[in-house]
Design a protein around this ligand. Structure first.
Ligand SMILES: [Fe+2]
Ligand SMILES: [Zn+2]
Length: 355
């Protein structure tokens, strides 16, 4: 293989490395900005067919001398660490799953409780915070653990109550099928917090649906339909008289390795696909099969969210919804949005402060 280097360790193990990767990842003080630990060396400063002049190997390191005399040392531990997977693992819900409940005050004040809550959130994509205040805008306090609020149009803290002037089906007493919010943004908010201030209504149970678990089963049983939903652009729109949000994206977005990145699913915000486009019919078959699976209940858990309780969802994975509100008792929910990157940052920072 051209432009690779086969290294034989003295114990007999062999490993092959990209030559340009090796040059790019020299850890020496000339190739890094020591103050910030950032990379200083630039790959375009060497030719495409760059090759070592000399290699020296011992049990746990090898040293390359490059044509200009620059020397790069690589420890075996460093090379092993670099090959570890870089994405956090999520896990589909077991049959008995209900979102973990954590005391609201403990989540904010106690490091152990915060770490436990964030770890459960990253694994399950949903947790509940219990015994929270019922004052409006209490969601602002979550910034301490979740990072800054992701502001979107309409409101900073969104109010959901039955409202004849409301801009969204959530403001009626109709059931809300599983969905994620703001599919009409090209980067929809990746964390949503729902805070029940008061819930005296009958019905209106909250639901969470493990969208990624549904996609795993969909990909296994209907791979062609799955592929279709990664390939067809779908328009989504949310608007009122002051705002107009619109995005076009496939329902299922994957990373370069095929792992789930964003599942965008909102019956209420989805707009007309082009009826003349020949892919529309294939899209609709795939969309029907997936939607039947989402609505089957197999991936959904429902529970009553009482006044003073919050639900946090990883919104690119977990869909939320609610059953129909049956009586007109007072019910007031507030929503705010955060970003998953910032939540993961908090876990790193909290864990680091321990050491
Ligand atoms: Fe919603
Ligand atoms: Zn160097």
């Amino acid at each position: 293989m051209s432009n690779t280097l086969l290294v034989h360790w003295p114990d007999g193990e062999a490993a092959r490395f990209s030559t340009l990767w090796l040059r790019d990842n020299c850890q020496c003080a000339d190739c890094r900005v020591i103050q910030t630990q950032e990379k200083r060396f630039h790959i375009a400063s060497v030719p495409l067919d760059y090759q070592p002049s000399q290699i020296e190997i011992d049990d746990s390191n090898f040293v390359i001398t490059w044509p200009e005399g620059h020397r790069s040392r690589y420890s075996r531990d460093f090379l092993v660490n670099c090959s570890a997977p870089q994405r956090a693992d999520w896990q589909p819900w077991p049959p008995s799953f209900m979102p973990t409940g954590i005391d609201f005050d403990a989540f904010l004040e106690d490091k152990d409780a915060a770490i436990e809550g964030i770890q459960a959130f990253l694994k399950d994509g949903a947790i509940r915070l219990l015994k929270a205040p019922t004052a409006p805008n209490t969601l602002e306090a979550l910034s301490r653990r979740l990072g800054p609020i992701r502001e979107l149009l309409f409101e900073r803290i969104h109010n959901v109550q039955v409202d004849p002037q409301g801009y969204n089906v959530a403001h009626t007493n109709l059931p809300l099928p599983p969905h994620n919010d703001f599919a009409s943004y090209s980067w929809p908010p990746s964390v949503q917090a729902l805070h029940m201030l008061v819930n005296e209504a009958e019905g209106g149970l909250s639901t969470v649906t493990d969208g990624w678990a549904a996609l795993v089963s969909f990909r296994e049983t209907c791979p062609e339909h799955f592929d279709t939903l990664t390939q067809v652009n779908v328009p989504f729109r949310e608007f009122d008289e002051h705002n107009e949000t619109f995005a076009v994206a496939p329902m299922i977005q994957l990373d370069a390795l095929g792992a789930f990145s964003i599942f965008r699913y909102s019956n209420q915000l989805m707009q007309c696909l082009n009826p003349m486009d020949p892919t529309t019919s294939a899209f609709y078959e795939a969309y029907h099969v997936l939607s039947s699976r989402i609505l089957s209940g197999d991936f959904t858990r429902s529970f009553r969210l009482n006044g003073g309780e919050m639900l946090l969802v990883a919104a690119h994975r977990v869909l939320h919804g609610r059953e129909a509100i049956l009586s007109a008792g007072k019910r007031h929910l507030q929503d705010a949005y955060f970003e998953h990157d910032n939540v993961r940052n908090m876990l790193t920072v909290l864990s680091r402060n321990y050491d």
